[in-house]
Ligand binder design. Structure first.
Ligand SMILES: [Zn+2]
Length: 61
C-alpha cells in the first residue's frame, strides 16, 4: 500500500472488512468498488448507500 494516503488506506481496510462480511464488489461509488483506492484517491472512506444495501441483502436487517 505504498503511496496511498491515509484516506485510501482506510478505504482499503473498510473494503477488505466488507469482504470478510461476505460482501461482493459494487459500483465505483461504493467502498466495495473492485479497487476503491485505485480510481478515486479522494473517495469517501465511509460506507455508501450501496454498501449498506449490500450488507442488508446478505445479512438481512
Ligand atoms: Zn475487493
Amino acid at each position: 500500500m505504498d503511496g496511498y494516503n491515509e484516506s485510501q488506506k482506510h478505504a482499503v481496510m473498510t473494503h477488505e472488512f466488507g469482504h470478510s462480511l461476505k460482501l461482493g464488489h459494487g459500483p465505483e461509488i461504493a467502498v466495495m468498488d473492485s479497487c476503491p483506492a485505485c480510481y478515486n484517491p479522494n473517495m469517501s472512506n465511509n460506507l455508501q448507500s450501496w454498501d449498506i444495501n449490500s450488507y442488508h441483502s446478505v445479512w438481512g436487517s
